[in-house]
Design a protein around this ligand. Sequence first.
Ligand code: FAD
Length: 361
Amino acid sequence: MASQLTVPVVIIGAGQAGLSVAHYLRKFHLVAGTDFVVLDRGPDAGGAWQHRWPALRLGTAHRVNDLPGMSALGISFDTADRSRPAREVVAEYYHRYEAHFDLRVVRPVSVTSVANRGADLVVSTRSAAYGDQEISAHVLVNASGTWGAPFLPHYPGAESFAGQQVHTATFTSAEDFAGRKVVVVGGGTSAIGFLLELEGVAAELTWAARRPIDWVHTGELDLEGASAAVAAQDEAARSGRALPSIVSGTGVPVSRRIAAGIERGLLVAEPMFQAIEPHGVRWADGRFTEADAIVWATGFRPELRHLAPLRLREKAGGVTVGAGASWTDPRIFFAGYGPQASTIGAARAGRVIARQVMALL
Ligand code: FAD
C-alpha cells in the first residue's frame, strides 16, 4: 500500500530547469520539503548531465549556463576547467547549489504517473530508498527533460542487424568501437563529437545524415539563427505541435576542430541510407557499406510518459504550452520544454514559472 503525503507544489526533475524553479520558489519564501518538493530519479545531482559520456568535456559542449544565483557560491561554468568532463563539473556544481540553497532534492525517486483526483493532482512515485508513495499536490512543475526519451528513427531491416546499435543515451566510450566498422547517424553536434572521438579508433567510419549539414562559419552559435530556432520552438509549443529539431534552425557552428575534420574528409555526411541489412547499410543508389556498429545520434523527445493519465497530449503531437504554463490545465507547468530546452532557457524559465506558481497558491 502506497503511503500518502500532501505538498502544495511538486517539481519533477532536478536538472537545470527544476533547480531553477526551486531556487525562485525559495526566493519567494516557500520552504523546501514543506511547501514544495523536488523529486529526481537520478542517483546524484547533475540532471541529465550526470549520464553524458565522459569524453564530453565542458569545452566541447555548446555552452553550459550558470544557474540563477550561482555566483553567490563563487562558482561559474564560464571559469571552470574546460578540459574536465562536463558530467563531473555539472554534477559537482549542482550538488553545491542544492546544498547552498537548501533545495532538499529527494532522490532517487521515479514519478511513475500523475493523475487527477478532484481538485488535486496525485503524483505516484517509486523508489528503492523510500518505497512507493502517493503525493497529493495543488500544482505540478514538470521539469523532466529529454534524456529518458531517446529518439530512434526506424529504417527497414533494423531488427535484422547483426552488429551493435547504440544511441547517444547509451554511448559511453569510443574505445568500445576499437577496430570496428562504424556508421554514425545524425546531423547535430553529438554525431560530430562521436566522429571526432572515433577517428583513429574505429577501423572504418561512415557518417549519414537526413539533411545536408548547415555549417555556420562564425565559430560560435549564430545568434540570429538561434533566436529564430527558439521562436520556432515557442510557436510549436503554443500550438501543441511536436517540437522541431533545434539544429535544423541554428545550423552547426564550425569550430577550428570541426573545420579541420571537414578539411581532412572525416566530417562529410552522406544522405541517409535506405535500409539496414545484417552486416551493414544499403544506400539509395544500391551501394553497400559493411558495418559492425551503428551509433544513432538522433536526438531526444520530451519525456512526458508519466503525464499520460492527464491527457494533455494534443492530436498534433505535443502539449500546448506558453511561457512555461500548460494552456490545457492551469495547475501544470512545463519547465525546460520547447523554447526553454537549453541551459540558458531553462535557467530563465525558473523565474517566469515560479511567479505563476506563486500567483496560483
Ligand atoms: P535534465 O537535465 O534532463 O533534467 C531532468 C531531470 O528530470 C533528470 O535528472 C531526470 O532524471 C529527471 N526525471 C525525468 N523524468 C523523471 C521522472 N519520471 N521521475 C523523476 N525524475 C525524472 N544545452 C545547452 O545549453 N548547452 C549544451 O552544451 C548542451 N549540450 C547538450 C548535449 C546533449 C548530448 C544533449 C542531449 C543536450 C544538450 N543540451 C545542451 C540541452 C540540455 O538538455 C539542456 O540544456 C538542459 O541541461 C536540460 O535541462 P533540464 O533541467 O530541462 O533537463
